[in-house]
Design a protein around this ligand. Structure first.
Ligand code: GDP
Ligand code: MG
Length: 438
């Protein structure tokens, strides 16, 4: 498997200690072969390797990481970027109903995923309607009705009439009955052809969907990517549901489809059952491919780096009582840089430290506010927070677009942190002295 092969490449790299440019090139050649064998599109592989090489031989050096870990880190980040970087959410219409049009080849999983999406949205408190616009086989309508019953979601159907009229009537039905999301299941064919595209274009024009989601079978590998490119070129899609990931040993489609179409994978189908649907997270997929152990080590190391390098400097400052708001801000920034950590850790089943980690979560908005406030202070104020009186607080709040209460809270948090850190460092000193005696 791709995962196995990549882990083998990195295992050998790790055995080397110092890496020469030739070592890196050898490793990248093997990564390239592994990606191609996994059916990743060749253009995508070419660009990917070029980006990794440029970064790997460039100046990017994190002192705490071994050379091998640096290469793995770059590969991990580039794999994540390849799949779109961040999780892409479904769009929601400002004025309901939101209309989702599912398109794709026959057998790709449209009808099944119409049902799965309905279940998923219902869990989020939405009120979906399934619309049966695959009219060529009576069995298709029946299949959707069965799924709707299982999911507890209403199904709109008009038998074998014109699919464009059905889709339009379905949306109207949702609007008049207060259902907020319409999922239109359409017909597929074995291959992309003009008739199919014509019909889908007409449906699209009739209902102006907020999301045209292409359903593609991950097991089709390269073909899945070609199909996606074709659908996007002819119809225009907003996102992708990658199905049958449970049966895909290679990962080629997952890695190529975003790069080739420029459209994100929004969901992954992982089985035949109605609950086998996962919102797609690029960084999770990347860590799955690289193997959890590697990625975790990496992130732990990055954290140690931050800790080790800064701890020394901080300890000195604390000892001299020089811990400032600037240090406080730097610490918060470092925590933010470790962003994906929480998400990656949350994947590991039964991780005991999860609760602890949730408490440590750094809220992006809060961080932005803290930074804004500190940026609005003078250097003097940052280094000697005790001079920040009432009128300075008002000025800082106005300058940072926050309220005085926010400034007060920040100063309190800073004081608490400073006190806590002082306690910890004096505790460590005491323990170290005792240890020295024994
Ligand atoms: P459609 O022709 O595009 O509507 O495809 P269907 O929804 O009828 O699905 C075709 C087949 O693929 C069915 O047997 C489904 O049970 C199966 N299927 C759909 N999604 C998945 C999936 O994520 N994993 C697996 N293993 N099978 C799936
Ligand atoms: Mg179907």
């Amino acid at each position: 498997s791709l995962s196995g092969r990549l882990q083998e490449v990195f295992r050998r790299l790790r055995g080397k200690g110092k890496l020469t440019e030739a070592d890196v090139n050898d490793a990248l050649r093997e990564v390239r072969t592994a990606l191609l064998a996994a059916d990743v599109n060749f253009r995508v592989v070419k660009d990917f390797i070029a980006r990794v090489r440029e970064r790997a031989v460039g100046a990017e050096v994190l002192e705490s990481l071994t050379p091998a870990q640096q290469v793995i880190k770059i590969v991990y980040e580039e794999l994540t970027a390849l799949m779109g970087g961040e999780h892409a959410k479904l769009s929601v219409a400002p004025k309901p109903p939101t209309v989702i049009l599912l398109v794709g080849l026959q057998g790709s999983g449209k009808t099944t995923h119409a049902g799965k999406l309905a279940v998923h949205l219902r869990k989020q408190g939405r009120r979906p309607l399934l619309v049966a616009a695959d009219v060529y086989r009576p069995a298709a309508v029946r299949q959707l009705q069965v799924l709707g019953e299982k999911a507890g979601v209403p199904v709109f159907q008009m038998g074998q009439q014109d699919p464009v009229a059905i889709a339009r009537a379905g949306v109207e039905h949702a609007r008049s009955t207060g259902l907020d999301t319409v999922i239109v299941d359409t017909a597929g064919r074995l291959h992309v052809d003009d008739e199919l595209m014509g019909e889908l274009e007409r449906i699209k024009a009739a209902v102006s969907p907020h999301e045209v989601l292409l359903v593609v079978d991950a097991m089709a590998g390269q073909d899945a990517v070609n199909v996606a490119e074709e659908f996007h070129r002819r119809l225009g899609i907003d996102g992708i549901i990658l199905t049958k990931l449970d049966g895909d040993q290679r990962g080629g489609a997952a890695l190529s489809v975003r790069a080739v179409t420029g459209r994100p994978i929004k969901f992954a189908g992982t089985g035949e059952k109605l609950d086998a649907l996962e919102p797609f997270h690029p960084e999770r997929m990347a860590s799955r491919i690289l193997g959890m152990g590697d990625v975790l080590t990496l992130i732990e190391k990055a954290q140690e780096a931050v800790d080790a390098e800064k701890a020394m400097a901080l300890a000195k400052k604390l000892a001299k009582d020089q811990y400032t708001l600037e240090d406080f801000r730097d610490q918060l920034r470092q925590m933010r840089r470790l962003g994906p950590l929480e998400q990656i850790l949350s994947m590991i089943p039964g991780l005991g430290r999860l609760r602890e980690l949730q408490d440590l979560k750094v809220d992006e908005k809060e961080l932005a506010r803290v930074e804004a406030i500190i940026n609005s202070m003078t250097v003097q104020e940052r280094r000697h927070p005790e001079i920040i009186d009432g009128s300075r607080r008002r000025r800082i709040a106005a300058g940072s677009g926050t309220r005085v209460a926010d400034v007060n809270r920040l100063l309190r948090q800073f004081e608490d942190t400073r006190r806590l850190m002082k306690q910890m460092s004096s505790m460590e000193r005491t323990l170290a002295r005792r240890g020295g005696k024994g």
